[in-house]
Design a protein around this ligand. Structure first.
Ligand SMILES: Nc1ncnc2c1ncn2[C@@H]1O[C@H](COP(=O)(O)OP(=O)(O)O)[C@@H](O)[C@H]1O
Ligand SMILES: [Mg+2]
Length: 270
């Protein structure tokens, strides 16, 4: 369960470059919910994920995971609760290390013992088993450097590693956006499979309306640092891409409208 209260973040405050990236975000994500975040470029999607992951301190507001206030926790400490996958397939893994070594590092997050000890037979078997579930034939390439894999294979492995220890929260930031369409579809499918199997609570930023409709069970729409619309439950089940595009249009129209005119026209414009 994630609770976000009145979260704000302004970059370069009191300068000509000031950007109000988050303007009072309130959000509750129930245990086991897979939520998608959509929004125009620069609407604060990545900033919201970064604030939750602890990349920087917010100016105001609180972040709670399982009723525990983590707002002042350092990023490394939150990493014990949070798994992350970024857009860049090269970001989550060490290219010169083998598949097995990369996985063992993910398995041993927060532990200090050496890699050699960890690469015991039983551990190799466990790694091979889990990697087999990716259905990419990588279980036969455990000792190959991860740099020899395609972007899609690498992103699938990063996803597996980020969820290996079953994090309390999984954060995905456009993690299929840099892949070719076939790999993107494969990684998207794998994402849904892992989140369902492990019953994870997840927040996924996506640029793809199609993906937003197909994968998560809840949709959060952001605009200019605020959450402007959410689709949940039955409404989410029914929503299609044109509905999301219409909702964006509505937000833009509302933005252009004089507040006094909006008031005259009725509540749906406010
Ligand atoms: N580290 C940063 N320093 C300065 N400005 C930033 C930083 N991160 C994001 N921003 C700005 O904050 C706004 C929101 O950015 P971001 O959260 O990355 O948007 P999105 O992910 O929705 O495209 C943008 O105007 C962006 O330029
Ligand atoms: Mg972003």
């Amino acid at each position: 369960m994630i609770n976000i209260r009145r979260l704000t973040k302004t970059f370069f405050p009191n300068t000509p470059n000031e950007v109000q990236a988050l303007r009072g975000i309130d959000l509750d994500i129930p245990e086991g919910c897979f939520a998608g975040i959509i929004g125009t470029n620069g609407s604060g999607k990545s900033t919201l994920l970064n604030a939750v992951a602890g990349t920087f301190e917010p100016d105001q507001g609180r972040i709670l995971i399982d009723q525990q206030d983590i707002t002042n926790w350092a990023e490394y400490r939150r990493a014990s609760l949070i798994g992350r996958v970024f857009q860049n397939p090269f970001a989550g893994t060490a290219a010169d290390m083998t598949i097995a070594e990369n996985v063992v590092m993910a398995m041993r997050r927060g532990c200090s013992r050496g890699l050699g000890l960890a690469l015991r037979r039983s551990v190799r078997d466990e790694i091979a088993d889990r990697i087999r579930s990716l259905k990419m034939g990588l279980e036969d390439r455990l000792d190959n450097p991860i740099g020899t894999l395609s972007g899609g294979q690498r992103q699938a492995l990063t996803l597996l590693m980020a969820t290996w220890l079953r994090p309390r929260l999984l954060l995905l930031d456009e993690h299929t956006a840099a892949l070719d369409p076939k790999s993107a579809a494969q990684v998207a499918e794998l994402t849904l499979e892992i989140i369902r199997r492990e019953k994870l609570t997840a927040l996924m930023v996506t640029h793809s309306m199609q993906q937003a409709v197909q994968l998560p069970e809840h949709i959060i729409m952001m605009h200019k640092g605020q959450i402007v619309r959410q689709f949940g439950g039955q409404e989410k089940a029914r929503v299609r891409v044109p509905d999301l595009l219409a909702a964006f249009d509505h937000v833009r129209r509302r933005e252009q409208l004089d507040p006094a005119v909006a008031e005259i026209l009725g509540r749906q414009y406010v």
